[in-house]
Design a protein around this ligand. Structure first.
Ligand SMILES: [Zn+2]
Length: 86
């Protein structure tokens, strides 16, 4: 019984290792992997740019203020516009 369970666990581990190696090979050494990495880099930079206020700098996403129209604004700009103290 233990042998059957151990064999099943080892088979699953083998499949996981093979999938990980294939993914590493595809993402690391092929033009498609380079394209995916470059696209991920662009998205990361765009996301960071959207979170950066030109005046006050970078803010975390959950610190931003959502305006009634749906746009997001930096909390310090919102406080300055609405004259909030504190
Ligand atoms: Zn700001």
């Amino acid at each position: 019984m233990v042998t059957i369970l151990l064999e099943g666990v080892l088979f699953i581990a083998l499949v996981a290792v093979v999938v990980a190696l294939l993914a590493y090979g595809v993402f690391g050494f092929t033009p498609a992997g380079r394209w995916l990495r470059q696209t991920a880099n662009r998205r990361r930079i765009e996301r960071r740019s959207a979170l950066t206020c030109p005046t006050h700098g970078y803010h975390r996403e959950h610190d931003l203020v959502r305006l009634p129209g749906g746009e997001r604004i930096c909390p310090q700009c919102y406080a300055e516009v609405h004259d909030v103290t504190g």
